[in-house]
Design a binder for this molecule. Structure first.
Ligand SMILES: *Cc1c(COP(=O)(O)O)cnc(C)c1O
Length: 392
């Protein structure tokens, strides 16, 4: 039985040719293609600077360091995200806390953020950085989050791993109008891919510079950044503790080629979403709600099977889809439910919307190569119990 995955890359001959051309060139790493890919991403987003790395996880990590996150600091994010959005702060020795989600967008709720900030200010535990995640590709209410950042003095990293190609208030996600840094992921299930890879964009030259150093051991070759004049033409200095988080030329060549089809991919996803919306109409399934301010990248198509609707049993429907060869998924298990985070003492009752979401959500397959007949198969399988079992 061939499985229908929940997400899948779309690779064409031009992508293959671009990667092969790099293989035949002088540089497999630290050559001209990474800067070209970086420029393509920042030009697309309307941001000034772009730093390509080997994953979005690495991008989140060096973004946190560049913003000065360290031991004793507090970072907040949403519980409905991939663990990397929270882990990046813990890498820096900070502590993590979560802000419950909005019941319609499933993104970090600005109302809950405002409540939590007011409380945190009273007890002197304000966050240094807040990491909103544009779940499924739909932007968070960035204007609202930005206004709170001005009031309470925190920095913002947008985890836009799902969201390249999307817009917020008519501007590309990644413009960084309402944030310090925005991070994209190019894992194969995401909107465009580099195999593995990520990019940070920013409008701040100092943050960009720091991230460039941090991806390559904290080393600089710029005499202006050195503590003393170069010993000779071979000279470089390590001035921070960095990593090897570099992206290869092969990855960048694939990314640069994929960027050309980004808008095409996103409009195809919108077409597929519209078709799902129609197929699921009147079935009692909650389809994705879209805010007027947002044009989603539609990385994921998440439906909810309301607990109040007795015709659905979440677990049963999920298992049936899997049995029928449809690799549905659940994005995400609330981060505080993972044992590593549980040990920090989180109480699920503090996040009622995230808990309810977790008991109702299913991610249906969504990727450019998905066909309309496969979508019909998915919806039939979602709504039709196997056989007609009578209840004894
Ligand atoms: C995929 C993803 C990441 C991590 O991306 P990698 O490139 O795999 O490191 C981080 N945050 C979110 C929300 C993601 O979906």
């Amino acid at each position: 039985m061939t499985m229908i995955p929940y997400g899948r890359q779309d690779i064409n001959q031009a992508d293959i040719d671009a990667v092969v051309a790099v293989l035949k060139s002088d540089f497999l790493t630290q050559g001209p293609v990474v800067p070209a890919f970086e420029k393509a991403v920042s030009d697309y987003c309307g941001a000034k600077y772009s730093v390509a790395v080997n994953s979005a996880t690495s991008a989140l990590h060096i973004a946190c360091i560049a913003l000065g996150v360290c031991k004793g600091d507090i970072v907040w994010t949403t519980p409905i995200t991939f663990v990397a959005s929270a882990n990046c702060a813990i890498y820096c020795g900070a502590t993590v806390d979560f802000v419950d989600i909005d019941s319609r967008t499933y993104n970090l709720s600005v109302d809950r953020l405002a409540d939590k900030l007011a409380l945190a200010e009273k007890i002197g535990k304000l966050p240094k950085v807040v990491i909103p995640v544009h779940l499924c590709g739909q932007s968070c209410d960035m204007a609202g989050i930005y206004a709170l950042s001005q009031q309470y003095g925190f920095k913002i990293i947008e985890d836009a791993s799902h969201a390249i190609g999307g817009k917020y208030k008519g501007e590309p996600i990644g413009s960084c109008r309402y944030s310090d840094i925005t991070v994209f992921s190019f894992h194969p299930v995401k909107i465009i891919t580099t195999g593995e890879g990520g990019v940070s964009v920013t409008n701040d030259p100092e943050l960009a510079n720091q991230m460039v150093r941090l991806r390559s051991h904290g080393i600089t070759r710029d005499p202006a950044e050195m503590t003393r004049p170069p010993d000779g033409p071979w000279y470089y200095q390590q001035i921070d503790l960095g990593f090897n988080y570099r992206m290869t030329e092969l990855q960048a060549a694939l990314g640069l080629s994929q960027m050309k089809r980004l808008d095409q991919f996103v409009s195809k996803r919108h077409e597929l979403a519209k078709h799902y919306d129609q197929l699921l109409q009147r079935l009692g399934v909650v389809t994705p709600w879209q805010h007027d301010d947002a044009y989603s990248g539609l990385h994921l198509y998440v439906v909810r099977l309301p607990k109040t609707n007795r015709t659905f049993n979440h677990r049963e429907v999920f298992e049936r889809l899997r049995t029928n060869g449809i690799s549905v998924n659940l994005h995400y298990i609330p981060v505080y439910r993972h044992p590593y985070y549980e040990r920090m003492g989180f109480n699920p009752n503090d996040f009622p919307e995230a808990e309810l979401y977790y008991s109702e959500a299913i991610t249906l397959p969504m990727y450019p190569g998905l066909t309309k007949s496969q979508q019909i198969e998915v919806v039939n399988s979602l709504t039709t119990p196997i056989g007609h079992q009578t209840i004894f």
